[in-house]
Structure formats: structure tokens, C-alpha cells
Design a protein around this ligand. Structure first.
Ligand code: PLP
Length: 359
């Protein structure tokens, strides 16, 4: 890609292909027209391929957090079990409490995954009817193992399973139907490589049926209302969606499918392998072995460099990485290699970092 701007190696927003950006500049269409129905249907069918699912796909004109709040509120009738391995996982718990949804929190140390057996133990109490899990925790670079968790969830068929895949979906393979994920949600501006402004989720029949048992689902983020409208009104929405971003999404999904899903996931894996090997040569990796996200690498600042200064120097060279998240600021730094980032892009970034730090 020809770069004439600051290139983003941060976990969203990320690089967007020029023709995808241009797709947003086309004239608008009404949100109660045959054209928008066709557009939404096209997007849905492509997302169903990307997520290996037959479930309906819901778009939301909000960032991903909107659908996190929507899912825990719309689909918990009894009590939610929120499994956190960092701030993004905890956000779901805070949202539950702020909406008066009864919830408990399972927390693990930063840098660790949530063991599936911990989830099993909690579910065995029979107290919960919904579980929230993070796939890739963007604060720590840890990826939970969805295969392991899915085997636990299979033993609790009445529990709705929600997965936050905001920083992994589109960069790591997630087979929604085979794993039995009821709600898989993500934002547009991470591994899908679109501008920010929308979120999307898959929703199973089980999750939909659950909403009937929940009295106060709100209005804007009522997943049942959105689902019903899509089904009854041929892929339309209760309120006006971000039509421009939908044009871009349709275009970008063509790019994703043209690259080939396996090729796309393999590219992310190769970028992660390269970045981890580099990190081990010069620093250390923050996440525990065997549970690392392929979309970003969180590096422990073992040399005590100033991450802020490094990023400033990178900025002069037209690149940006991310400092550590929250309490991990300056103790770690994050290199995101997701969406449309290529191996050449990553190599150029790592060469710049070596040059700046004199490695
Ligand atoms: C970025 C992120 C979010 C929040 O997404 P927004 O689109 O900014 O609301 C939630 N979870 C994870 C894992 C993320 O990386």
C-alpha cells in the first residue's frame, strides 16, 4: 500500500483500503428502500461466510461497546457470568451492573487466559443463564481458547454464550456455529479494517428466544426489536443506520473474501509469529505462552525505554504504535498487526523501531 499518512499499528482504528474509504463518499440511499435491503442482505451473507454461521447478523450504528451492552441487557433473564482477563472483559461486567442486570465477575491476572474449567465450576452452580467472554483481550494481548470454552458451554445448553471478538474477528478464524457461540460481536474499525462507527453481531435462535424472558431491554439497543425488524422488514432497521459505512463494509467484505479466509487468517498468524519472534529477540512477551492473539502483540518493556518517546519518534516517520493499556502503560507496548497490514508494513515498522532504539 502507498502510504501518505500516519500508518496505524494500533488496535483500531486501523488502515483502510483507499477504495473502501471512497465507497463512503457515494450518494446516499434511503433507509426504507429496496436498495438498502439488498445492501444489508449482501453484507449479511458475506459476514455469515466470514463467521461460518447461518445465524442472522445484526448491524448497530454504535461502536462495539453498544452491542456489548445490548447483549448482556437483552439476553440475561437470571444472572450473567462475566469472565474478564483485562479491562475490556471487565467493561461487560460494569455494563451489566449499570443496567441492573445481576452479574458476577470471574477475573484472572493480567497476561493470563480464563481457564475453561473455571467457567465450568461457576456454571455448575446453576446460577447463570448467560456468559460473557473476551476472545482477544486488547489490553494484554491474550486470546482465550474458544475451543476449550465451547466444550464447557456444550454441557450447559440453556446458557447463552456471548463472545467479544472486537480485536480478533476478521483476523482470527472463529467458527460460530461449530463452536456454538450465541452472540459474536465486533466493531468495524479493528480487524475488519473499516472506519469506526458501526458494530455487528451474530445472534442465535437461543439468544433471540431468551430476549422474550427479559422485561427491560431498553429501546435503541433492544436486540429483539432489531432482530424482529430485520426479519419482518426485509433487512431494515428500527432507526437510521450508518448507510455510508454499510457501502464501505460491503466493499471491504469483497476484499476479505477475495483474499480468501484461510489466507487472511494465515497472514495474521504469520504477522504474529514475526512480531513475537522480534519481541523475544529484543524484549519479552507479556501474554502467557499458548494464549496469544494473532492480531496484536503486547510486548513487555524489559529495557525500560520510554514508550511515549518511541512513539513520538515513530510519528516523525509516519507510523504509530500503542502504549500499554491502563495500568500497563509504559510497562508494555502494543503493536497491532491486523486488518490490511502486510508483512512488508510490519518489517518496515520493526526496522524503524530498531533504528530509533539503536537495537
Ligand atoms: C476496542 C475493543 C472494545 C471496544 O470497542 P469499541 O468499538 O471502541 O466500542 C471492546 N472489546 C475489545 C476486546 C476491544 O478491543
Amino acid at each position: 500500500m502507498q502510504i501518505d499518512h500516519k500508518q496505524l499499528f494500533i488496535p483500531g482504528p486501523t488502515e483502510v483500503l483507499p477504495d473502501v474509504l471512497e465507497a463512503m463518499a457515494q450518494p446516499l440511499i434511503g433507509h426504507r428502500t429496496k436498495e438498502i435491503s439488498a445492501l444489508q442482505q449482501s453484507i449479511t451473507e458475506k459476514l455469515q461466510q466470514l463467521f461460518y454461521t447461518k445465524n442472522l447478523v445484526l448491524l448497530s450504528t454504535s461502536s462495539g461497546s453498544g452491542l456489548m451492552e445490548a447483549s448482556v441487557r437483552s439476553c440475561t433473564a437470571k444472572k450473567a457470568l462475566c469472565c474478564a482477563m483485562g479491562d475490556f472483559g471487565k467493561r461487560w461486567y460494569k455494563m451489566a451492573l449499570a443496567n441492573q442486570v445481576p452479574a458476577d465477575l470471574i477475573e484472572v491476572d493480567l497476561g493470563r487466559h480464563v481457564p475453561a474449567e473455571k467457567i465450568r465450576e461457576a456454571l455448575a452452580t446453576g446460577k447463570y443463564d448467560l456468559v460473557t467472554t473476551t476472545h482477544s483481550e486488547t489490553a494484554t494481548g491474550v486470546a482465550n481458547n474458544l475451543e476449550e470454552i465451547s466444550r464447557v458451554m456444550a454441557d450447559f445448553p440453556d446458557v447463552v454464550w456471548c463472545v467479544d471478538a472486537v480485536s480478533s474477528a476478521g483476523g482470527m478464524k472463529i467458527e460460530v456455529d461449530r463452536l456454538g457461540i450465541d452472540i459474536l460481536l465486533t466493531s468495524t474499525h479493528k480487524a475488519l479494517a473499516l472506519p469506526p462507527g458501526m458494530a455487528l453481531c451474530t445472534m442465535s435462535q437461543k439468544a433471540y428466544d431468551r430476549t422474550a424472558e427479559v422485561e427491560y431491554r431498553g429501546v435503541y439497543f433492544d436486540l429483539r426489536a432489531i432482530y424482529d425488524r430485520i426479519v419482518k422488514k426485509n433487512y431494515q432497521y428500527p432507526s437510521t443506520p450508518n448507510v455510508s459505512l454499510m457501502f464501505a463494509m460491503d466493499r471491504q467484505l469483497d476484499h476479505i473474501l477475495a483474499e480468501g479466509l484461510d489466507a487472511r487468517f494465515a497472514r495474521h498468524q504469520a504477522l504474529a509469529d514475526r512480531c513475537r519472534a522480534w519481541a523475544l529477540d529484543h524484549f519479552a512477551l507479556f501474554p502467557e505462552e499458548g494464549y496469544m492473539a494473532d492480531t496484536l502483540t503486547v510486548i513487555e518493556n524489559t529495557r525500560g525505554i520510554s514508550v511515549a518517546d518511541l512513539n513520538k519518534a515513530l510519528g516523525d516517520r509516519g507510523k504509530a504504535i500503542s502504549n500499554g493499556y491502563g495500568d500497563l502503560k509504559e510497562k508494555t507496548f502494543r503493536i497491532a498487526h491486523l486488518g490490511e497490514i502486510t508483512m512488508d508494513d510490519l518489517n518496515a515498522l520493526l526496522a524503524d523501531i530498531e533504528d530509533i532504539l539503536g537495537l
